[in-house]
Design a protein around this ligand. Structure first.
Ligand SMILES: [Zn+2]
Length: 422
């Protein structure tokens, strides 16, 4: 592999200097550049979370990127009630100057084998003629985000390799190149920094800028919808200004589209059904692509079922979903569990986020229409449980308030006496 690297030195944080690198396969060596904009994007979120006052980069930074970062980080800071990391100053050794974009324009996309990335490629293929500069020519598979993240860089290397082989076949069939990029940028993370919510957008921008010799636009399949308005650093309304320069634009695709629409799109693409990978279960059996039991897997399987393609999706073993499997997602603990652990366990177990909630909700009507009332009713019950759980967490319902007071002042005595869960 060919690699570009820099050394990250800390001024306030008690950390030793750390190497930061980006690497690509030798066939793409000419496209990789020691790009100061990439280094800024890779370091700015960790710098904020480590309490640094500034990021000072060797070289020149694009003024468009600087301005976008200043606005986006200030917005995030205020959106979190100034409770999170404070924006840092951006300084350079060679001032601020717009980089020259490569010519001709060329588009790449980020590829993981997940629903959003596959749907972005599919939609692009259906929307752009092949010789248009907006047609995706390269798909970037990154090692160092999910695989080989902040911990052991070789963790999940075998799964990454398996995905690489499968995606090489898929991208070839879509007439695109698979470009593998390796980076260690997540090794800079501070404890408490939430990569998917806070720094994923900047990390994608860093990789795109490191490959600025090859692309002028990078497309990321959006996992967030426009309606998800949270103060996340990866959001379709923030990313373009947050991470784009005069040479490279980062664009999120598909934020206007629901997850079910994306699955519908993939259901007519047999090659996608052979690589679809949505499971993040670290304990997954070796050889399996998806576990078929976690919330993300069951959501995807139910969506495929509604679209009539679960039996054609070779990355899921089962051809059907049961109501029982969905109901069990509510995290109902076993009856023999001691009452004092019940609520803590529930709080840990219920982890459907806002976009997951909407995706489940969007399934109720299609399930009823396709004659799966059993699953529609299981999903409704799951969401009711989710609502009750969130009300409890936010202490809006009276039982939640009593339990909190009980746990705090009476050491759980009331809960034990009542022998209740909820
Ligand atoms: Zn799974």
């Amino acid at each position: 592999m060919t690699r570009v690297s820099a050394t990250v030195e800390w001024e306030q944080a008690d950390r030793t200097p750390e190497p930061l690198h980006f690497a690509v396969g030798d066939g793409f060596a000419d496209d990789l550049a020691p790009n100061p904009n990439a280094m800024l994007l890779a370091t700015i979120m960790p710098a904020m979370h480590h309490g640094e006052d500034r990021v000072r980069v060797d070289g020149a930074i694009c003024p468009r990127l600087r301005d976008g970062l200043v606005v986006a980080l200030d917005r995030l800071w205020h959106a979190t009630g100034r409770s999170r990391a404070r924006p840092v100053a951006i300084e350079t050794t060679e001032g601020f100057a717009p980089p020259t974009p490569r010519h001709p324009e060329r588009t790449a996309s980020f590829m993981s084998g997940g629903v959003d990335a596959l749907a972005a490629l599919r939609r692009n293929r259906l929307s752009y003629p092949p010789d248009h500069p907006g047609a995706i020519a390269d798909c970037m598979l990154v090692h160092g985000f999910d695989f080989g993240g902040p911990g052991d860089p070789d963790l999940g290397r075998d799964r990454f390799e398996r995905d690489r082989v499968a995606l090489e076949k898929l991208t070839r069939s879509a007439d695109a190149n698979l470009l593998c990029v390796e980076t260690n940028l997540r090794r800079l993370e501070a404890p408490g920094l939430c990569f998917p919510i806070e720094s994923c957008g900047a990390a994608l921008g860093a990789v795109a800028h490191a490959c600025s010799g090859r692309l002028t636009e990078a497309v990321a399949g959006s996992s967030a919808a426009i309606r998800d308005g949270g103060p996340a650093a990866q959001h379709p309304l923030i990313d373009p200004s947050f991470t784009s320069s005069s040479a490279v634009t980062l664009r999120q695709d598909g934020a206007w589209s629901g997850r079910l629409d994306k699955i519908r799109l993939l259901s007519d693409w047999p090659e996608a059904l052979d690589v679809l990978h949505c499971c993040n279960d670290p304990q997954i059996a070796s050889g399996a692509v998806n576990c078929g039991a976690c919330e993300k897997c069951l959501l995807t399987m139910t969506e495929l079922l509604v679209c009539g393609s679960l039996d054609r999706c070779s990355t899921f073993e089962a051809d059907d979903v049961s109501a029982d499997q969905i109901v069990r997602l509510s995290g109902t603990p076993p009856a023999e569990l001691p009452a004092e652990h019940l609520e803590a366990l529930r709080a840990e177990m219920f982890h459907i986020d806002a976009s997951g909630y909407d995706a489940w909700h969007d399934l109720i009507e299609p399930l009823e229409r396709t004659g799966r009332r059993d699953l529609a009713s299981a999903v409704s019950s799951l969401l009711r449980e989710c609502d009750r759980h969130h009300a409890w967490v936010e202490q809006r319902d009276w039982k939640g308030r009593i339990r909190r007071l009980d746990a705090r002042w009476l050491n759980g005595t009331l809960t034990r006496l009542a022998g209740v869960g909820r």
